[in-house]
Ligand binder design. Sequence first.
Ligand SMILES: C[S@@+](CC[C@H](N)C(=O)[O-])C[C@H]1O[C@@H](n2cnc3c(N)ncnc32)[C@H](O)[C@@H]1O
Length: 564
Amino acid sequence: MTENNKNLSKEKLLAEIGRLKKELKKKKKYGLVWEEKPEEVVEVCKEKLPVLKEVKNKEIITDKDKPVNLLIEGDNYHALSVLNYTHNKKVDVIYIDPPYNTGNKDFIFNDRYVDKEDAYRHSKWLAFMEKRLKLAKNLLKDTGIIFISIDDNEVAQLKMLMDNPDLFGENNFLATICWQSTDTLRNDAKHFSVNSEYILVYAKNKSACKIKGILKSEKQKNYYKNYDNDPRGHYLLTPLHAKSGTPASLYEYKFKSGQIWQAPKGTFPRFSKETLKKLEKEGRIWLDPKCVKVPQRKTYLAEVSERMPIWTFWRYEDFGSTRQSNQELSELLNKGIFSNPKPTKLVKIIIDLIIDKKGIVLDFFAGSGTTGHAVLELNKEDGGNRKFVLCTNNENNNGNGYKIAEDICYPRIKKVIEGYKNLKGEKVAGLGGNLKYFKTDFVDAEPTDRNKIKLTAEATEMLCVKEGTFEKVLDRKDFKIFKNTSHYTGIIFEQAAIPAFKKAIKNIKGTPPHQKFGGGGKFSVYVFSLGDETFDDEFKDIKQKVQFSPIPEAILRVYRRIFK
Ligand SMILES: C[S@@+](CC[C@H](N)C(=O)[O-])C[C@H]1O[C@@H](n2cnc3c(N)ncnc32)[C@H](O)[C@@H]1O
């Protein structure tokens, strides 16, 4: 009881209690509640800021004109934080296959496996996933889509979590795919022999996203025939009637041949009379009763989309099974090195549902690197330039002595790019591609001048990742210049070096003031500043062609937002 209502009469007190009860009721909301457990890797970011450090000797470059893919080793909370600066709204597709939290040594929280008896088992998983999914959402383009593999252990929790408007929201839910993950019956199963998993699919913004669908298979194309040597090619015959409609839509139609058509009893015309007339005029109606008894509509293969919508039930024959993916990885690396990777086929179809030949694909639970493998295969098949960003920790895989990033993911991607001999001793040709390997590292977070200078010095790799410019053009102590095939990046560590920097870029062909970039991009320049200066005066003469950012302020701004 508060000091204010101490002297209230009994009636007034009851009325007050009633009012408070009503207030409380109003506050009850539908949703998911869990116990928030602090996570060490998250707490660390209060004192330290994540950056990237390249592991130079792990770089793989087979074609300088092709995009550079990234593998980031470290906790994905840190990797995603860095990506919030480098890849904000740049990612087209996210595919993740997080720990399923089976209670069987697959989920590590605060350096310890979460087992079945842990009373906070679901809370820990939810807290872990929520933090990462929040960071990941910022990386998606407005048209971007996320696919999350999951099984019975957490599917209910994950669906509720994702439906939360603070994350993706119910309105952006697209599908729950049911993947038939295994083709073997478990005779020892106690209740059911489970042979399916799920893939939850959410759009960042449902009204902006597009699912391309899958390419029609040869089998589907074979349904199109050409019975009468029609010069327009193969076609599909479909009835002129449908099961639903209204009595008002019924009519009788007389074809030019004299044949009379009306919808069979209990059905309705699929088209209006006018449309049917038009279809007949254009020769799109099949009338020969020798082959098909009633008139049919002709739909030409050449006129329909090459793709079609995809089912939400995915059979192992079409998408691969866990048995097949275990086999696939065993042939690439050692047998049993990593259990139950996802089939490359499955991830290829997911990527191909969303993007064409270019775009960025992110997997922040990369494990054995299936998503990278899928992107490399798709690029090889159609000459595409899709890029991948993989993040994985380097934990000792199930205690078998192999470290996931170094001994499993990286060697797999390297072999796939460069070619290898499989376990049968057969040569498998490389698919080509480029990769840079980074580890997450830290600098002190306290915003002192000393720390700002340090962060700037350590930020070079992050800035190159942000710009996608990895080729060194000039490497001086006070400034550096990098490029890719269409774009330059300058990083100036001391303001006193600005005149020398400007002189240097004038001497580089294709840069300001004679800049003619293929991609139309500006020369990105990062200038060290203790504050938030824009250096308008210093770059007045080339302002139109140069895009400035003060560092480390531009980075700190992002970190302040995500670690608030
Ligand atoms: C189920 S596996 C993914 C398998 C992958 N889809 C494949 O086909 O190989 C999940 C992976 O996430 C990694 N992982 C788990 N927690 C992580 C974390 N906090 N940061 C980075 N990686 C993590 C684990 O090392 C594990 O390899």
